[in-house]
Design a protein around this ligand. Structure first.
Ligand code: N7H
Length: 527
């Protein structure tokens, strides 16, 4: 089946989701594939003789498809791991696949039918609005001529996860076999792989040292049992993540090939760890506070995962930090940042009561995402800290950020642009800046600051916030004010902390993909 001739129906399933649906949804979307290592295998369909190569690709995909891990299998594996914890690590490998808009087009599937502008245009087109400096992007994400064997960008990604090196190699061999990579004549794709792995010294903790992967949305119809374990978390409609399900704003307008698929936003985010550690020490000295508390307040969680809202003075015990009721129940106090600053990363990216207080229907739910990231790069070596107190990263490391949603504008891009990079968010923040002049514009009444980890202030972001036109002159002090935050120190809540020049996270680029259902892969993609 499949091919350009395949008619594409426009329909919507509109069914609530249940466990029985898991057998035809890819495993990484709603369950998440358990992993110690992960390869993002970016591919493009070979340029020479591309029409024939696209046909071969469909045939190769037919051999590869049975290897794709379903959400049901991902769920079974997670349960097995839970049951057999005391026996140690269970060997496993798992594979998923997703396509860029360019990739869909080459397969004769019209990406515009899916009606998602950022996906259709590709991430490079969004780079400026996301606050990225494209000169810092890796060539493979932006260059269409000299890299990736001059093949016009990325057409898709195969996600490979494994419990260990041998299993990872097995899965990579499967790809080699199915797509005939060893023979240039018969191979249908070129590949370029980015390798990720959980950090050996601190499993489950990202490079800055914080526990990650704690909070994920709960899906109505699937995760009700998990809800019982928390006090404050609410479930979200499945259509926030899966196309064509209730909660998908475009539920009735999706083509059949898109139903129960999800958009994957991938970002390679470099973390400058030695600089982050040194800056936290010196900022804490200036603020006369404990560096661990400062780091925790910038993230909104202590390194062991306990939230500063619930544990404002010191990190909870390891036992408390592992109690889902204690780590997942976060309830911010409206207009108050004594326990958790407005700018804290988890408050910016999931503001909870800060928006729910307005009784706006669906203020937060449409913007939830499933995060599936993993770390990349080596641990910090002694050579990188020898220039203390002014260290410089000379190796690349960070987060391979990946998230799923049914709408990129409402999901990843909304969080990045409207929340993370918006210095006046949350809108009802109760902030008075004591030590830094603030532009005399009413929009800046609540200038709490942008996300200290990820926000990038730009003249454009300033214009947008204030509503100025493109020619308006903007004083440097106003732009500088965007990279400063209030609320870092609980004893001096109005003090301004200047974070200019502290780019702890640098985007190295990324791409948007669509991850179809297994049914759609069979019917529309493979032949
Ligand atoms: Fe974030 N970090 O390690 O400091 N993130 N994040 N993130 N993030 C979270 O709850 C981090 C990034 C979200 O519901 C935690 O799992 C780093 C982007 C969301 O409470 C930690 C980077 C975007 C949540 C980090 C990074 C998000 C979240 C707490 C980049 C979206 C859930 C652990 C290098 C555009 C919030 C946890 C909630 C949590 C870190 C990137 C979004 C520790 C280092 C780009 C929605």
């Amino acid at each position: 089946m499949g091919g350009t001739q395949q008619p594409i129906q426009v329909t919507g399933s509109a069914e609530p989701i249940s466990m029985s649906d898991l057998s035809h949804i890819q495993g990484d979307i709603v369950v998440g594939m358990a992993k110690k290592m992960e390869n993002f295998v970016f591919f493009n369909i070979t340029k020479e003789g591309r029409k024939d190569k696209a046909k071969s690709f469909r045939e190769h995909l037919a051999s590869f498809r049975p290897r794709i891990t379903t959400a049901e299998q991902a769920q079974e594996f997670r349960e097995l791991v839970d049951r057999t914890k005391e026996r140690g690590r269970q060997p496993n490998k798992a594979l998923n696949i997703a396509f860029s808009a360019k990739g869909l087009k080459l397969l004769g599937i019209e990406p515009k039918d899916i009606k998602d502008e950022p996906f259709n245009n590709g991430q490079l087109a969004s780079a400026k609005d996301l606050g990225d400096d494209v000169t810092k992007w890796d060539p493979m994400f932006k260059d269409t001529s000299n890299t990736f064997e001059a093949q016009d960008g990325i057409h898709g990604v195969i996600i490979v996860v494994a419990s260990d090196k041998d299993k990872l190699q097995e899965a990579m061999n499967d790809i080699n076999t199915d797509f005939q990579l060893k023979n240039r004549q018969t191979a249908s794709i070129n590949i370029s792989t980015i390798e990720g792995h959980v950090r050996a010294p601190e499993e489950g903790h990202e490079h800055f040292g914080f526990k990650d992967g704690i909070t994920q949305p709960f899906l109505q119809g699937l995760d009700e049992n998990k809800l019982e374990k928390t006090d404050t978390a609410k479930s979200i409609p499945p259509g926030v993540i899966l196309l064509g399900r209730p909660g998908d704003p475009n539920m009735r307008g999706r083509p059949e090939w898109a139903l129960d698929g999800s958009f994957l936003a991938f970002r390679k985010l470099e973390q400058r760890v030695p600089e982050f550690r040194a800056d936290i020490q010196s900022l804490a000295r200036d603020l006369n506070m404990d560096p661990e508390l400062l780091g925790a307040r910038l993230v909104g969680r202590w390194k062991n995962g306990g939230s500063v809202q619930m544990f404002p003075n010191q990190a909870p015990s390891q036992q408390e930090a592992q109690d889902p009721k204690k780590v997942q129940s976060v309830s911010f106090s409206i207009q108050d940042q004594k326990s958790c600053p407005f700018v804290a990363h988890i408050r910016k990216t999931n503001p909870r009561q800060d928006l729910e207080q307005f009784n706006i229907d669906n203020a937060v739910a449409p913007h939830r995402i499933f995060r599936r990231g993993i770390q990349y790069g080596p641990e910090v070596g002694k050579d990188e800290t020898k220039t203390d107190p002014d260290p410089k990263s000379d190796k690349q490391r960070g987060l391979l950020f990946a998230c799923y949603q049914s709408n990129i504008t409402e999901g990843f891009e909304f969080i990045q642009k409207a929340w993370i990079s918006n210095p006046t968010f949350p809108p009802d923040a109760n902030v008075t800046r004591k030590t830094q002049p603030v532009p005399k514009n009413p929009h800046f009444r609540n200038l709490s600051g942008i996300d200290p980890l990820l926000g990038t202030p730009t003249v454009d972001s300033f214009r947008k916030v204030v509503g100025l036109d493109a020619n308006a002159r903007i004083p440097q002090t106003a732009i500088d004010a965007l990279r400063s935050i209030v609320g870092a120190n609980p004893s001096k809540l109005d003090a301004v902390t200047d974070l200019r020049g502290k780019d702890w996270v640098v985007s190295r680029g990324g791409e948007y993909f669509f991850s179809p259902s297994i049914t759609a892969l069979k019917k529309f993609f493979a032949s």
